[in-house]
Design a protein. Structure first.
Length: 694
């Protein structure tokens, strides 16, 4: 796609006379193409297209005729299907032509008919990079001739003229064939020219070695390519499967209200690793502005020692490529990343495209900010919330090229310091085309970089952000609580074409969101939501304090009381009633069971109680089958009959089998109908592995 291959030089060619609204579209998406209208006969190519005989349609996987890339994981194969047929009786051949996007030439693999003019083939996604593919099909002239010839010969009709046509086709192939194939073809030309019976001709023409040689060397004179090239992004495995833990480094000290350093925050990393997490996500670690600095609970009145909001980025100490001085230095950050890596953790960093009033960009690039009629800069707001300490970036500014380049350089700076994952703050409030351009250009240099979209917005905008390049996305899981809500939402995520481009990350809570179910459900609710997040989605996350079941909210809201966004919190990580061991057990179960590491294998199963949700997941090789039952009522025990169709467990009807609860270690003998009772005061869920041996 043109946008992928754009560069700074391309941006410089933009006309300054183009209106801003048109210029930003052109800048990030490329110049629009005009509708060509009806076919013409003006060129040889158009004449050839007008009379082509091969039809290729209904190609999968593809997204909007190749406009957006499909997402897959390195190590998988890309399975391609299409309807391919001619408008006559002739035989058709087809291949997938594919390449890595950095390659000049295409490789190709054959496609095979699977019935009803549907064809299938596959190619390997061996590397963490972007791939392109297109389907090519043609008339198989020799095979078509052979089928026609054999019918006439079998009917004892005159085939002299037909035989001459076949010999001519072989002579044409002979000129292109390899040495071995050329000798074989020459042999069969001689056999067909020698006087013989129809039976002998049928034997020679039907020879499988001749058909194979013809397939390798046949001319593709009328070859047709599908109208668009499709792209596949092969991400590394962490893009699909991983457990995230969000923490504020400044709160990881041991002294109440005392700002911790990054070196002190390192002491928390072994605990996070021991709980089984893969990613430790840090909110912004940049200098925090002084102007309009917020106090506790987003108060406009801040004490002199107020820590402020990390999202108010920038001060005299620097901007998006600097470290908050109270946290330490860039060397301390590098050390934090190294220590995390030794423990099997990757560091994700928040990328918030906004500034405090004290950010260096405010004076260096005043044109990057939106001003009111009185000349003052407009601060951020989400009524009734006001963020006087934050200035949004104005993407409609006159100097979009410099702005885009600066943001691109910020990301590359942190990639250079070991950050391969970015959680992007509020991407839906910035141009989608900008993200398409930015992510593609970063991934072109660093395909291993993962982008998580924090976009709690309308469904269509969330979807288009995923199409535009975001690797993962936050979701509506936080607000889906009933069996019907969860079933409907997960069915959309796993059983529609969203699986080709939208990867959910089920965060059970965030610093901004303390759901009602957690406010009122106590420890059972925290366990329930953790099981759901961790088994429904291969990627999930929690915000620190979840394992302590923190649930004190501002009355009537989903906001934490005394939010860590505005003040330092010191916690007792081993306090009574924590669920740290439960969290660790869940993450062990996820790692040990491949069925839980996929998304599209989810299947909801029936129960006769709407308070118990029941579903299965199965690994690709069918060796790992997991059944999950969860009591959605955090206050009361519930029981039900759970129905397991025979194709789920791959057993005959009425055949018993054994399941082991991976949470408790208890085993049960099951069949097609099974009794379940779940008491949230004991355990709110079963995570059952179907045993391969009785």
């Amino acid at each position: 796609m043109a946008v992928i291959r754009s560069s700074a030089s391309t941006l410089r060619r933009l006309s300054k006379n183009v209106p801003i609204s048109a210029r930003i579209v052109t800048m990030f998406w490329g110049r629009p193409t005009e509708d060509s209208g009806a076919p013409t006969l003006d060129t040889f190519t158009e004449r050839k297209r007008l009379f082509r005989r091969i039809i290729i349609e209904s190609v999968t996987p593809t997204m909007e005729s190749g406009r957006y890339p499909i997402k897959r994981i390195t190590g998988e194969t890309c399975e391609v299907e299409a309807d391919i047929f001619g408008n006559g009786p002739d035989a058709v051949g087809a291949v997938i032509k594919w390449r890595r996007w950095q390659d000049e030439n295409f490789a190709e693999v054959p496609m095979a008919s699977i019935g009803n003019d549907r064809w299938r083939g596959e190619f390997p996604l061996a590397e963490n990079t972007r791939y392109e593919f297109v389907i090519e099909a043609w008339t198989r002239l020799f095979i078509s001739w052979r089928e026609y010839f054999l019918k006439k010969a079998a009917a004892n009709l005159d085939v002299a003229s037909d035989l001459a046509e076949g010999i001519a086709l072989l002579e044409n192939m002979q000129r292109r064939a390899s040495t071995d194939d050329r000798s074989l073809i020459v042999k069969y030309i001689a056999l067909l020219r020698a006087p013989q019976t129809s039976r002998d001709l049928i034997i020679h023409v039907s020879a499988s070695e001749l058909a194979a040689a013809a397939q390798r060397n046949e001319e593709r004179a009328d070859a047709v390519k599908y109208d668009s090239t499709s792209s596949i992004i092969a991400d590394r495995p962490l893009a699909c499967f991983g457990a995230w833990y969000e923490l504020f480094p400044r709160s990881q000290g041991t002294q109440p209200a005392q700002h911790a350093t990054l070196r002190e925050a390192e002491a928390r990393l072994p605990d996070i690793s021991d709980m089984g997490f893969d990613v430790v996500y840090l909110p912004p670690i940049h200098p925090i502005g002084e102007t309009c600095r917020k106090g506790p609970n987003n108060s406009l009145i801040a004490a002199t020692d107020s820590s402020g909001s990390p999202w108010a980025i920038g001060s005299s100490a620097g901007g998006h490529t600097a470290i908050e001085p109270k946290l330490g230095s860039i060397a301390d950050f590098d050390h934090f990343v190294t220590v995390a890596g030794r423990l099997g953790l990757e560091v994700a960093l928040d990328f918030a495209v906004q500034c405090s009033p004290d950010h260096p960009w405010v004076t260096q690039h005043p044109e990057w900010f939106r001003r009111r009629p009185d000349g003052s800069i407009k601060h951020a707001e989400n009524p009734p919330k006001q963020y006087q300490d934050i200035y949004p970036i104005n993407f409609d500014c006159p100097d979009q090229e410099a702005l885009a380049k600066a943001l691109h350089e910020v990301l590359l700076f942190w990639v250079g310091h070991g950050v391969k994952i970015f959680r992007v703050d509020n991407p839906h409030t910035k141009p989608v085309a900008f993200w398409h351009w930015l992510i593609a250009n970063v991934n072109k240099q660093h395909p291993e970089v993962i982008f998580l979209a924090e976009a709690f917005t309308t469904p269509k905008l969330m979807k288009v952000l995923a199409k535009a390049g975001f690797t993962q996305s936050y979701t509506y899981f936080t607000w889906r609580n009933t069996k019907a809500e969860l079933t409907e939402y997960l069915t959309e995520l796993t059983q529609t074409n969203m699986v080709d481009y939208f990867r959910p990350n089920f965060f059970a809570n965030t610093p901004d969101i303390l759901p009602q179910v957690l406010q009122t459900g106590g420890q059972p609710a925290f366990k329930t939501r953790l099981v759901l997040a961790a088994t429904l989605s291969p990627s999930y996350g929690i915000y620190s304090g979840y394992e302590l079941c923190e649930n004190e909210a501002i009355s009537g809201t989903e906001e934490y009381l005394n939010s860590e966004k505005y003040e330092i919190k010191t916690r007792d990580w081993n306090c009574q009633h924590n669920i740290r061991e439960f969290v660790a057990r869940i993450n062990v179960i996820r790692r040990e069971n491949r069925a839980l590491q996929q998304l599209a294998n989810l299947r909801f199963l029936p129960t006769d109680n709407d308070q118990i949700i029941f579903y299965s997941k199965e690994s690709v090789d069918h060796s790992n089958i997991i059944l999950v039952a969860v009591n959605l009522d955090s206050h009361n025990p519930h029981h039900c009959t759970a129905f397991v169709p025979t194709d789920v467990t791959r057993r005959a009807s009425g055949q018993g089998y054994r399941v082991t609860d991976l949470l408790t270690g208890l085993s049960y003998d099951w069949s097609d109908r099974n009794y379940i009772r779940l008491d949230p005061r004991v355990e709110p869920a079963h995570i059952l592995r179907v045993e391969t041996k009785p």
